[in-house]
Ligand binder design. Structure first.
Ligand code: EPZ
Length: 419
């Protein structure tokens, strides 16, 4: 088990290069197996979730290998196996995309239910509702989800809840269904557009991704493609907040600034200077007097729930009383107990967190309770007086490539120790 040791109060400065988007990668890689062909995906983040998918695909009979640490070559020409029930699959929430991909190509699949973070129930009822709407039968046998169909037929599907995973999974299955599918009330996250763009490069006919109505005209087959995934909006946001919380000046590079609009607007409200370029944002908090604000997490283009723990760390040192409303997940405040160890003053009532800003956090021994909570612990540690130890770093490694190296390059006093 690795730990991170951080000595706080260094002002971050310099440039950080953002990696490819985890939540695009974990959908694009399964989509690649829909073609009886070879795909090459680059700009992949070198993170545990992608390494886990590489192992999973090879165990399925796909010939998948790293051309370099950011590029996977995926040869699904000889894929026959539609049963995916080994351990790697249980470790990762996004394994459910294998259901949609295998159902599209083989009209049947069985996948072990996904694992993933522990903030509240992680249902997949909307995924399964979409598969049924396309003509598939669904069976749940303990941890195994089985889906099968004589054929898939396009349908009009209205999403009860805006769901990233369900939107992507239904898009995968509908890509090779007969006729046209319309997904209404679809999620609009950048990674959904990325998956649609990749599928279209493979010969799919998908229109409207990024809006709340996605139209898919089914095709018989897909062919291989080479694709570069988009930069990670959440990793970028994490480093933007790191610059703010340490009163630093950082250029967050290799990003799509538009994807960061909701965070940039909030950082400006808090009193941080934001300068946008074509593929970077400069965050300058050197002379900022950080002020409280209120945050409501919403589906894109609203404030992303995956930056909620990180912004809470920043708000704990913003003067005044801040409020966060978490509208996506019903239990995404476990990390606040850990944040309190730094001296933060946070009160949680259901989906609302009230934060009284304090002048200074103090170093503490804390644990990463999930991926983004772990990121929030690093941010609090960077701002805190004294030394912090962060355990359960494996969660952070799921979504942040070389996290201690990237922060060290910005001047943070952070190192990884293996315990
Ligand atoms: C994706 O999860 C992300 N994960 C999550 O990021 C992110 O928090 C979430 O989208 C929201 O943006 C990946 O992309 C791998 P949802 P997903 O379906 O698809 C309810 C991270 O840190 N819902 O958009 O599972 C659900 O309970 C991770 O990178 C149903 O009710 O999220 C939630 O309240 C953490 N039934 C809401 O919808 C379903 O069938 C949004 O969930 C599916 C979802």
């Amino acid at each position: 088990m690795d730990k991170l040791l951080v000595r706080g109060q260094n002002k971050l400065s310099g440039t950080v290069m953002i990696s490819g988007a985890k939540n695009a990668a974990v959908a694009v890689i399964p989509a690649a197996i829909m073609a009886e062909d070879i795909c090459v995906i680059d700009n992949l983040p070198y993170i545990e979730d992608v390494k886990c998918l590489n192992i999973t695909l090879n165990k399925m009979g796909v010939i998948c290998s790293y051309k370099d640490k950011h590029t996977l070559k995926i040869d699904s020409s000889n894929l026959k196996n539609v049963s995916v029930t080994f351990d790697e699959v249980r470790r990762m929430r996004a394994s459910y995309y294998l259901l949609g991909a295998l159902l599209a190509r083989f009209k049947r699949a069985e996948v072990a239910m996904p694992g993933g973070c522990n903030f509240g129930t992680r249902p997949i009822d909307l995924h399964l509702k979409g598969f049924r709407a396309l003509g598939a039968k669904v069976e749940i046998d303990g941890e195994i989800v089985r889906v099968y169909a004589d054929k898939l037929v396009g349908a009009n599907i209205y999403m009860d809840t805006v769901s990233v995973g369900a939107t992507i999974n239904i898009m995968l299955a509908a890509t090779m269904a007969e006729g046209t599918t319309e997904i209404e009330n679809a999620a609009k996250e950048p990674h959904i557009v990325d998956v649609a763009n990749f599928l279209n490069m493979m010969g799919a006919k998908i229109k409207g991704a990024g809006t709340d109505v996605i139209r898919i005209t089914g095709v018989e087959n897909l062919h291989g493609a080479e694709y570069t995934i988009i930069p990670d909006q959440i990793e970028a946001g994490t480093y933007m907040i790191a610059a703010a919380i340490t009163h630093g000046k950082v250029i967050v590079k290799n990003i799509i600034p538009k994807h960061m609009d909701s965070l940039s607007a909030k950082l400006i409200e808090i009193g941080v200077n934001i300068n946008e370029g074509d593929d970077y944002i400069e965050v300058d908090s050197t002379n900022s007097k950080l002020k409280s604000t209120s945050i409501k997490t919403m589906a894109y283009p609203g404030f992303p729930t995956d930056l909620q723990p990180q912004i809470a760390a920043l708000l704990s040192i913003c003067e005044g009383t801040s409020m966060i409303t978490e509208n996506i997940w019903d239990k995404r405040y476990q990390y606040t107990d850990e944040l309190k160890r730094f001296g933060a003053k946070i009160n949680v009532e259901g989906r609302i967190a009230i934060i009284e800003g304090i002048s200074e956090l103090s170093g503490a021994d804390v644990e990463a309770t999930d991926l983004r909570a772990g990121a929030a612990m690093i941010l609090a540690a960077l701002a805190a007086r004294g030394e912090t130890t962060i355990s359960a770093v494996k969660y952070i490694d799921r979504g942040y490539e070389e996290v201690e190296h990237k922060f060290s390059q910005l001047g943070a006093d952070i190192k990884r120790v293996s315990v």
